[in-house]
Design a protein around this ligand. Structure first.
Ligand code: FAD
Length: 106
């Protein structure tokens, strides 16, 4: 089975970075593809309990794919839901760009 921690770090890195470079205002094609990408995760993500939690979260909070600010915040909030569940500190969602776009890598 995959290493859930390493897979998680790699996946969050991909998702947050993709959100950070998503267009300010997505056109309908971009929005449709982003919605498909995110919607696929509860079915395809290779950690079944992670996938089912994510599916529940996404039912309560459907993704906002209108543009980068809203998408980055949505993703930050979903990641924080996982952080809280795992007893990790919450991340300040005002610092998403600093972490994933403008700032130095950690
Ligand atoms: P990670 O949580 O992987 O974070 C990586 C980096 O992202 C951090 O170092 C920090 O710089 C930054 N970051 C942290 N929080 C945020 C935020 N809110 N917004 C933006 N940037 C942030 N693991 C389980 O054990 N059980 C689960 O149910 C589970 N569900 C998951 C669901 C999904 C969709 C994903 C992608 C992962 C899931 N994981 C789950 C894995 C878990 O979230 C972590 O990736 C893993 O525990 C490694 O944690 P980490 O402390 O190295 O940092």
């Amino acid at each position: 089975p995959p290493d859930v921690e390493q897979l998680g770090r790699a996946t969050w890195s991909f998702l947050h970075t993709t959100a950070a470079y998503y267009p300010e205002r997505a056109d309908p094609t971009q929005a449709r593809h982003m919605y498909s990408l995110l919607s696929a995760l509860p079915t395809l993500y290779p950690c079944s309990h992670c996938a089912s939690h994510l599916g529940e979260c996404m039912k309560r909070n459907p993704p906002d794919v209108s543009g980068r600010a809203a998408l980055s915040r949505w993703l930050c909030e979903r990641h924080n839901e996982v952080n809280v569940r795992l007893g990790k500190p919450s991340f300040d969602c005002n610092k998403t760009d600093e972490r994933w776009k403008d700032g130095p890598l950690d």
